[in-house]
Design a protein around this ligand. Structure first.
Ligand SMILES: O=C(O)[C@H](O)[C@@H](O)[C@H](O)[C@H](O)COP(=O)(O)O
Length: 256
C-alpha cells in the first residue's frame, strides 16, 4: 500500500482540473479491463468543482458512464431533493449530464421519517448486495474513493472523537450530533473506507492546512479521522498550495 502520494497544485482551479482529468483517466483504465467501475463520491465545494469540470470535459466521452456504479461516503440526512444533500449536489454537477445508468447510482437513503439507523442499515444491505465473492467487509471493492477533508480533520461524516469512529463491525452507521450542520448524517465507517483500491483526498484552502499536516504526520485517527483511510493500492492527497502549506518539506513531493 506504501506511503501516500502527495500532489500539490498551484491553486484550487489547477487542483480541480487535475483531479477531474485523473478521474476520467482512472475510469477509462478500469473499464479497459472490462470491469464495472465502483466510485465513491464525497460532498464539499472542491468535489463539486471537480464534478463540474468532469461534466464539461470533452474527454468524458471516453468513459462508458453506464458502466460505473456510484456510491457515497456519507450523506446529510435530509429529505429527498434537499439542496444540501451530497446526492443532489452530484446530480446537479455531473450525474444528470454524463449519461449514467440510474440503476447504478446508489445514494444513501433520504430522510423519509424512517430514522438514520434504518437508512444506514438499508445502505449497508445495498452495498452487501453489490459485493462479489472476492470482495470483503460486505462492500464492493471501490476503484476510486474520494474524500474531502474538514478543517477539523473529518472525512465522510466521521468527526473527531465521535462514537462512529469506533465502529468495527458495520459498513455504514448513523451519525448524531455532528459538529458541522446538519447534525444527523449517515456515513461509511473506517473499515468500509479501507476497501478501496485508490483513496483520493481532495483538499483545498488554508483552513485545511493544519488537518492535512496532522493527517500526514502520524496523528491518531480519533483526533484526525483523515489520518486513517488508505487505498489498497494507492493513497493520493490532491491538494492546492494553501492546503499543503503546513506539510513538512521532507514528506511533501514537488509541486505538479
Ligand atoms: O458533509 C459535509 O458537511 C461536507 O461534505 C464535508 O464533509 C466536506 O466534504 C468537507 O468539509 C470538505 O469540504 P470542502 O471541499 O467544501 O472544503
Amino acid at each position: 500500500m506504501g506511503s501516500p502520494s502527495i500532489l500539490v497544485h498551484a491553486d484550487a482551479e489547477a487542483l480541480t482540473h487535475a483531479a477531474a482529468a485523473r478521474f476520467i483517466t482512472r475510469l477509462v483504465d478500469v473499464q479497459a479491463s472490462s470491469r464495472i467501475a465502483h466510485v465513491v463520491l464525497t460532498g464539499g465545494r472542491i468535489a463539486a468543482a471537480i464534478y463540474q469540470v468532469v461534466a464539461a470535459s470533452p474527454a468524458r466521452s471516453a468513459v462508458d458512464w453506464k458502466r460505473v456504479d456510484f456510491w457515497w461516503g456519507d450523506e446529510r440526512f435530509l429529505p429527498d431533493g434537499d439542496a444540501e444533500r451530497n446526492e443532489t449536489q452530484a446530480w446537479d454537477a455531473f450525474l444528470s449530464t454524463v449519461g449514467v445508468d440510474p440503476a447504478r447510482v446508489h445514494p444513501m437513503p433520504a430522510d423519509s421519517g424512517q430514522g438514520p439507523e434504518k437508512a444506514a442499515a438499508d445502505y449497508a444491505e445495498t452495498l452487501a448486495a453489490a459485493a462479489g465473492p472476492g470482495d470483503r467487509f460486505g462492500v464492493p471493492t471501490f476503484d476510486i474513493l474520494m474524500l474531502g477533508v474538514g478543517p477539523d480533520g473529518h472525512v465522510a461524516s466521521l468527526f473527531p472523537e465521535q462514537p462512529a469512529l469506533h465502529e468495527q463491525e458495520r459498513s455504514v452507521v448513523a451519525v448524531h450530533g455532528a459538529p458541522k450542520p446538519p447534525p444527523t448524517r449517515v456515513s461509511l465507517t473506517q473499515p468500509a473506507l479501507a476497501r478501496a483500491r485508490e483513496v483520493w483526498f481532495v483538499v483545498s484552502g488554508e483552513d485545511k492546512a493544519q488537518a492535512a499536516r496532522l493527517a500526514l504526520s502520524g496523528a491518531g485517527e480519533l483526533q484526525i479521522p483523515a489520518a486513517a483511510p488508505k487505498g489498497l493500492n494507492r493513497t493520493l492527497w490532491l491538494l492546492d498550495e494553501a492546503a499543503a502549506s503546513q506539510i513538512p518539506k521532507q514528506i511533501r513531493a514537488p509541486r505538479t
